[in-house]
Design a protein around this ligand. Structure first.
Ligand SMILES: O=C(O)[C@H](O)[C@@H](O)[C@H](O)[C@H](O)COP(=O)(O)O
Length: 232
């Protein structure tokens, strides 16, 4: 499926333009269906975008925000994506949104994944907006090369929901939406910044196995054409 590259002069310009585009999609979703959903990734890249989106005026109480993936840590842990979103997105206007965490206080990540799958069925698929990031190893969400559940997570036949992932480079056990949960978002965005990530993207767009660079599954098989947002 062909992707569309949107290049910007700076991260600040990208953040504002992406926030405007996402706000428009959420407003359209609310107008069409009475509610809208947004799944965002963690990491260091999206902070300015989150802050720009937080200032957009829309009917936020009708928007459910959740995470593409999460580290199996509570929200007071500095590694938590929930904490990152709470501090940067769920502020200002967006502070009125509904937030659905993936982390669940459970004895194991597997138990938390089952609980999160049940909890996130409250979001009617497909997502209105899904924002993906990408690591320098070509992972997206928590689809890490060598991940113990990578085949399951990428399999189009795997039901929508949350699965666990453990992999070198992932740190804690991860909770991640499956490929099947993300790939048909009405607006499917890959947000990357820097020359190094552009080089990684070029390699991912070339030949090779999905297992080597899992972002390839999204670039090659997503039902929704990917909009790539990039700044130097
Ligand atoms: O939990 C996470 O870390 C993210 O969901 C992950 O998939 C992230 O998008 C990439 O690792 C890129 O992270 P950076 O933006 O920090 O490069």
């Amino acid at each position: 499926m062909a992707a569309t590259l949107h290049s910007f002069a700076s991260g600040a310009e990208l953040a504002e333009k992406l926030a405007t585009a996402v706000a428009e999609k959420l407003i359209a979703g609310i107008a069409a269906r009475g509610a809208a959903s947004l799944a965002v990734s963690g990491g260091s890249t999206p902070k300015a975008f989150f802050q720009a989106l937080s200032r957009k005026a829309l009917d936020w109480p009708k928007v459910t925000v959740t995470l593409v993936d999460e580290r199996f840590v509570p929200a007071d842990n500095p590694r938590s994506n929930h904490l990152l979103v709470a501090e940067n997105l769920l502020q200002n206007e967006a502070g009125h949104a509904v937030f659905l965490p993936l982390y669940q206080p459970a004895a194991t990540a597997e138990e938390a994944a089952h609980l999160a799958t049940t909890a996130t069925t409250a979001i009617k698929p497909p997502f209105d907006v899904a924002i993906l990031g990408m690591g320098n190893d070509g992972h997206t969400a928590s689809f890490f090369p060598g991940g113990n559940n990578l085949s399951l997570a990428l399999d189009a036949a795997t039901p929508r929901g949350i699965v666990t992932m453990e992999a070198d480079g992932a740190g804690e056990p991860r909770l991640t939406f499956t490929f099947s949960s993300l790939q048909d978002a009405r607006f499917l965005v890959l947000h990357i910044e820097g020359e190094a990530k552009k080089t990684v993207l070029a390699k991912a767009e070339g030949a090779g196995e999905e297992q080597e660079m899992p972002i390839r599954a999204v670039l090659r098989r997503a039902a929704t054409p990917v909009d790539i947002y990039w700044a130097p």
